[in-house]
Design a protein around this ligand. Structure first.
Ligand SMILES: Nc1ncnc2c1ncn2[C@@H]1O[C@H](COP(=O)(O)OP(=O)(O)O)[C@@H](O)[C@H]1O
Ligand SMILES: [Mg+2]
Length: 207
């Protein structure tokens, strides 16, 4: 699935007036590409991803586009890993049986190396495992586009490396489109086919 934005403007209302965060922004990411967007904190990266994902209230979120946030607490704390996934599957696949949903959930957990932890609750998992759980949920619902908002920032080097390898494997196997936002150039170079600088996308005359 291609991602195409053209001439997007977004401003936030503050007490002192409005602040334009996205200023005539244009972006094209062809289907199946892995692109990083790099920019300093506060420049508008999360705002951009939310807009692509339809989380800004202007468009409807689609199950084909899935966002993974920086915060490692994206799973419901009162559900096990497997139950988090099967809940998402049943929400997005109307009419699927409980048994089929459980099967799909286990398959996705297996892809991220968490099958043996299927019965764990989020608080029993490390930060890296929780982020892999969030990735498994995206796979379980059959997403085509992954929007990743500095997802590995809080992980240590070893867990980062595990997460990088896993993400690259899944991207290749599932032919996903990945838009990966980071402030870390080394990470962007390690992962993506193309690096875009936020400042180059923003404030230009759209094409
Ligand atoms: N819901 C909001 N209301 C008002 N201002 C916001 C809101 N979300 C973000 N901002 C402001 O927009 C700017 C860009 O934020 P953000 O997209 O989170 O940047 P980044 O992800 O690059 O750090 C910041 O100045 C932030 O304070
Ligand atoms: Mg952000």
């Amino acid at each position: 699935m291609d991602i195409k934005l053209s001439g997007i403007t977004k401003e936030y209302l503050h007490e002192e007036g409005t602040r334009k965060v996205l200023d005539n922004l244009s972006l094209f990411v062809p289907s199946g590409h892995f692109v990083s967007i790099i920019g300093p904190s506060g420049c508008g990266k999360t705002t951009l991803l939310k807009l692509i994902g339809g989380f800004d209230g202007h468009s409807k979120p689609s199950r084909e586009i899935f966002m993974i946030f920086q915060d490692a607490n994206q799973l419901f704390p009162w559900r096990t890993l497997e139950s988090n996934l099967s809940y998402a599957i049943r929400k997005t696949h109307k009419g699927i049986s409980k048994a089929q949903a459980a099967e799909k959930a286990k398959a996705a957990l297996s892809e991220v190396g968490l099958l043996e932890y299927h019965h764990y609750y989020p608080h029993q998992l490390s930060g890296g495992m929780k982020q892999r759980g969030a990735l498994a949920r995206a796979l379980a619902v059959g997403c085509k586009v992954l929007l990743m908002d500095e997802p590995f920032t809080s992980l240590d080097r070893v867990n980062k490396e595990i997460a990088y390898e896993l993400l690259l494997k899944i991207w290749r196997e599932k032919k996903l489109t990945v838009i990966f936002v980071t402030h870390d150039l080394e990470e962007a170079e390690r992962l993506s086919e193309q690096i875009l600088y936020f400042e180059d996308l923003n404030g230009k005359i759209s094409v």
